[in-house]
Design a protein. Structure first.
Length: 330
């Protein structure tokens, strides 16, 4: 009887250990507080025959798939991120949903809690997405995505225009893709959408590498013409949605075939006035002094850029203005 009791206790203990085996496999997301901001980090853990495979992402820094080594002992996880000279040590919760631990790098240690990322199976999208190429002329090909709602068309449609800097069609910032979300919402509400990678980004080609706003405005016109030609689009109801510089481009092209424009955080004043205000605000924040002489010089420079029609004349005018500056501020 006693032997049987001990046998049952032993079996229960073994079963409890098996049921409580920690499961570190999967995707984990956490936020590393680094003072004035928080940095999203992602950990990928996969079980292999000889242990665990592990990679580390820092989306806001554009770093993905950083190789790591992971060691598991009971409910404890140790991750060595050699390329970043960092490591992480944590303990998993009883329900395998949270890992609480410490991230260490270059002599500094910060608390870091990872939460398991639960994958949700997405329902089929109520619209069709097609990869397209837009001929912008001059040898430039713009790679993009055309989203067409389901149902009877033709549908109103919109071209999404990205902000300044090299942007992909989703206007990706870290792991945030605002244009992908906007396109999804519009398509779900019966509006077709075309969004493209900027020149030299993603699948788009590049011409000279010294493109200006005028070049991007020409690209926007090419996208508008292409969108009007697509099957299922009502060519009489096509326009732009532009963010930042994209909003400025939408304004420049407003009378060139667009039925409407929408601007998101776009400049609403002349570029010269905007630059002057920016310089004033920067001076206030940094504690620098923006004297009347400096304001007059900036005004002269911005006016020259605005009014001079030839590059050679602009260069000459700017050199003359530079020569008027004191030697210690040139």
């Amino acid at each position: 009887m006693m032997i049987r009791r001990w046998f049952l206790i032993l079996m229960a203990a073994v079963a409890g250990m098996a049921a409580g085996a920690a499961d570190f496999c999967g995707e984990w997301s956490g936020k590393l507080n680094v003072g004035v901001a928080s940095l999203k980090v992602v950990l990928h853990v996969e079980k292999q025959d000889d242990g665990y495979a592990c990679t580390f992402d820092s989306p806001m820094q554009g770093a993905y798939g950083i190789p790591c080594t992971a060691t598991v002992q009971g409910d404890s996880l140790t991750v060595d991120i050699a390329p970043a000279d960092a490591d992480y040590k944590g303990v998993i919760s009883a329900d395998d949903a949270v890992i609480e631990g410490v991230f260490s790098q270059m002599g500094q240690s910060l608390p870091l809690t990872f939460h398991r990322v639960v994958k949700v199976t997405e329902a089929p999208k109520p619209y069709k997405e097609t990869e397209v190429m837009v001929d912008a002329g001059g040898g430039v090909q713009l790679a993009g995505t055309f989203s067409l709602p389901q149902g009877d068309g033709p549908f109103p449609a919109v071209v999404l225009l990205t902000g300044s800097g090299a942007q992909d069609r989703d206007e990706t910032i870290g792991d945030y893709k605002p244009f992908a979300q906007i396109a999804d919402s519009l398509a779900r509400h019966g509006i077709a959408v075309l969004r493209c990678d900027d020149r030299g980004v993603g699948g788009s080609s590049i011409a000279s590498g010294y493109e200006t706003t005028a070049d991007f405005a020409a690209d926007a016109l090419a996208m508008l013409r292409a969108l009007k030609s697509y099957s299922g689009v009502d060519s009489t109801r096509v326009g732009y949605i532009g963010h930042s510089e994209g909003g400025l481009i939408a304004i420049l092209n407003a009378t060139k075939g667009a039925r409407f424009i929408v601007t998101l955080a776009a400049p609403g004043v002349k570029g010269k006035d905007l630059l002057m205000k920016q310089n004033e605000k920067v001076a206030q924040v940094t504690g620098a002094e923006l004297t009347e002489d400096k304001k007059e010089m900036l005004e002269a420079v911005f006016t020259a850029v605005e009014t001079e029609e030839s590059e050679s004349m602009l260069t000459r005018q700017l050199k003359l203005l530079l020569a008027e500056l004191p030697l210690n501020v040139r």
